[in-house]
Design a binder for this molecule. Structure first.
Ligand code: ADP
Ligand code: ADP
Length: 228
């Protein structure tokens, strides 16, 4: 079963100055457990495609499925974790309470939640910040909270849109290593947007190169023996 199937997807935005075609005939399959990066120049539709997979917006044409379900159903079933560049944390919840949210929604018992949250915050190097609020943290720290939250429920699919964009070099390398370890250990598929070609090459089974105006897939490059 594939983690993500994108079939014939177009996305047209209506703007005051006319239409913008962000995506044109996108076809993409991400296998279960596969790590796929999206790269390409600014405006080629990477974020739009991620938002469609995550059911944060609807395609103009075509279909998207996640583990064989509509992306809407997959969202309701918490089939995926999301870490986008804008961390999207709830400002009125502490760092720990933000990370705990998917666990709460999933009915994980309070004591288990506490230990799991503590473990996740240790992993992203924020063990001492559990009781802070998001606006008391730097952008990079907020991104790490979002990553911990995305991983909380050990989803079968992670959707990450420049999740390391605001991190310093050392933290970024540490998070890359953690992500490789986690995806290998849990068998999670990852769809990962980055501006960094070395990052895409280091992390991915396949790299999807997109081109703009309108957004299309230009090339899909296998990075590992047997990945195609
Ligand atoms: P990328 O993530 O590759 O930089 P985006 O997906 O953000 O590209 O954008 C693709 C194209 O769609 C761009 O031309 C962008 O200006 C346009 N676009 C994205 N979101 C909107 C929106 N909400 N309204 C109008 N145009 C949009
Ligand atoms: P409450 O603890 O009263 O349910 P909070 O908003 O303080 O409400 O916490 C929400 C979630 O965050 C809970 O699941 C809790 O287990 C977790 N949590 C709160 N503080 C911590 C902490 N310091 N370490 C680990 N988990 C925490």
């Amino acid at each position: 079963e594939s983690a993500v199937e994108v079939r014939g997807v177009d996305k047209v935005f209506e703007t005051r100055t006319g239409q913008v075609q962000a995506l044109d005939g996108i076809d993409l399959t991400v296998a279960a457990g596969e790590f796929v990066s999206l790269i390409g120049p600014s405006g080629c539709g990477k974020s739009t495609l991620m938002r469609l997979i995550a059911d944060l917006d609807d395609p103009t044409a075509g279909t998207l499925t996640v583990f064989g379900k509509s992306s809407r159903q997959a969202r309701l079933d918490q089939e995926y974790g999301i870490a986008f560049q804008q961390a999207g944390l709830l400002p009125w919840r502490t760092v720990a309470a933000n990370v705990a949210l998917p666990l709460e929604l999933h009915g994980v018992a309070s004591a288990d939640r506490r230990s799991r949250v503590a473990q996740l915050l240790e992993m992203v190097g924020l063990g001492d910040f559990a009781d802070r609020y998001p606006d008391q943290l730097s952008g990079g720290m907020q991104q790490r909270v979002a990553i911990a939250r995305a991983l909380a429920e050990q989803p079968r699919l992670l959707l990450m849109d420049e999740p390391f964009g605001a991190l310093d070099e050392m933290t970024r390398e540490k998070m890359q290593t953690e992500l490789v370890r986690i995806s290998a250990e849990t068998g999670a598929a990852v769809v990962f947007v980055t501006h960094s070609i070395p990052e895409a090459v280091f992390l991915s089974d396949r790299v999807v190169v997109m081109s703009p105006r309108p957004g299309r897939i230009q090339q899909i490059v296998p990075m590992r023996l047997g990945a195609d």
